[in-house]
Design a protein around this ligand. Structure first.
Ligand code: FAD
Length: 405
């Protein structure tokens, strides 16, 4: 019997269930989630949720009635613990088992942890789930001095939120500049300048090797250099690891993510993987990639829904991303990886501008800050087959918005 089981009810899993029904799937759909409660949106957890007043609510991905209206079964707080490929069966933590015709792994990722002395002290936090965000929201009410480890998107979003709540914040980063893996150097430097101007202390070329405490609570983070960074609250934001165990224990390969082809199918024709947990062939870079973004999760899901309803669809959407760090709204279209030339579009001193990134003379990525119109234009340009060159954008009077064809 046909039965689609989706492991994980995050952005990817919920979108898949929704799109399957939109595409006309009539088979029973079961969404199995490890977390309790209604599936919720993750991006606000490091942004508005932290600065909101008392007891803010999670933003649900779908209202409760969506599941009944669409004949979708949601199983909460009961993860799939193993997959038996031979019998096409999954086993749940409560020992129940379910049979599938297709199984979709949408299990997301979990935080990479820092195993150093003092890591278990109270006041040391991570941020991934609703439970993490609720604890942090409450901790911010009494904290005075926070240390953030890692100047990536989540660390800096948290830092901006904590600063907005009047807390002294120090961000300690191993690299030489913020968001180094994802941003061009000019945009990265712009964010270093603006966060510093907002009163956040950024420390580069430093790593935290231990936490000091009073026996129970954290009091400071200790740097490799020996420097002591006082803290009554610590947030560790050093990246994530994909949840690949269901695949690997079932004999499917994973390499920084569950390996899938351009149709998002694993080596087993009845098992698929989407969202943060999947490593897929990226059309834009020509390499196998894993991405952590809502766009990637949602567009994977939409492509797979078409495939599972009889319209085989390869995934090749343009990547885009956003990060709100206090009043600085960053939006990225395309991929800055491998870029060898950048050009400014607009004036950084106004706080509203873009960095255009080129590889081999062709535009491959546009990073915009506080400029949604430029971002939307960039998405259209980069998704079209018309290539914009260094020469095009250097022309007198060039404007991204007018370059959309
Ligand atoms: P997830 O949303 O992680 O969902 C996976 C679900 O699967 C989880 O609920 C998990 O518990 C469950 N699960 C795991 N294992 C099992 C199992 N064995 N059985 C059943 N269920 C299981 N992206 C942006 O584009 N912009 C942003 O501004 C942004 N901000 C973010 C802020 C925060 C704080 C975080 C944590 C992420 C942010 N992201 C942002 C990233 C974005 O949220 C993720 O890329 C997106 O959630 C990925 O969706 P997913 O469905 O693949 O995984």
């Amino acid at each position: 019997m046909e039965h689609i089981i989706i492991a994980g009810a995050g952005h990817a899993g919920i979108q898949l269930a929704d799109s399957l029904r939109t595409e006309g799937a009539t088979a029973p759909i079961t969404l199995v989630n490890a977390e309790p409660g209604l599936p919720y949106q993750r991006p606000p957890l490091s942004k508005d949720f932290l600065t909101a007043g008392e007891a803010p609510e999670m933003l649900p991905l779908k209202a409760r009635r969506f599941f009944a209206d669409n004949d979708i079964t949601l199983i909460e707080a009961n993860p799939i613990v193993s997959v038996k490929r031979a019998g096409r069966t999954v086993h749940l933590a409560d020992r129940d088992s379910l049979s599938y015709s297709d199984l979709v792994l949408a299990t997301g990722a979990r935080n990479r942890t820092l195993q150093i002395p003092g890591a278990n002290l109270r006041g040391v936090h991570y941020l991934r789930t609703a439970a993490d965000a609720t604890q942090l929201h409450d901790a911010l009410a009494t904290a005075r001095t926070a240390v953030v480890i890692g100047a990536g998107f989540i660390g800096l979003e948290f830092a901006a939120a904590a600063r907005a709540r009047g807390i002294d914040v120090t961000v300690v980063e191993y690299g030489q500049r913020p968001m180094v893996r994802a941003l061009s150097e000019p945009m990265s430097r712009h964010f270093a300048t603006t966060h510093t101007a907002d009163g956040i202390q950024l420390v580069f070329d430093e790593s935290v090797t231990a936490f000091d405490g009073d026996g129970t609570r954290v009091r400071a983070a200790i740097g490799r250099s020996g420097e002591r960074f006082p803290a009554d609250l610590v947030v560790i934001g050093i990246g994530v690891e994909p949840n690949t165990e269901l695949a690997t224990t079932a004999g499917l390969s994973a390499d920084r993510g569950v390996m899938v082809d351009s149709y998002l199918r694993t080596a087993d024709e009845h098992i698929w993987a989407i969202g943060d947990c999947a490593s897929f062939p990226c059309q834009q870079t020509g390499s196998v990639t894993r991405r952590e973004s809502v766009q990637n999760a949602v567009d994977h899901a939409r492509a797979l829904a078409r495939t599972l309803t009889g319209n085989p669809t390869e995934y090749h959407q343009l990547p885009w991303f956003w990060s709100h760090q206090g009043k600085h709204k960053l939006q990225i279209a395309g991929i800055a990886d491998g870029c060898d030339h950048t050009a400014l579009h607009g004036d950084p001193s106004t706080g509203k501008f873009s960095v255009l990134c080129f590889r081999d003379g062709v535009l491959t990525c546009v990073e915009s800050v506080n400029h949604p119109a430029a971002h939307l234009a960039a998405r259209k340009i980069l998704a079209s087959s018309a290539a914009l060159t260094v020469g095009d954008v250097a022309a007198e009077g060039f404007d991204l918005k007018h370059a959309v064809r």
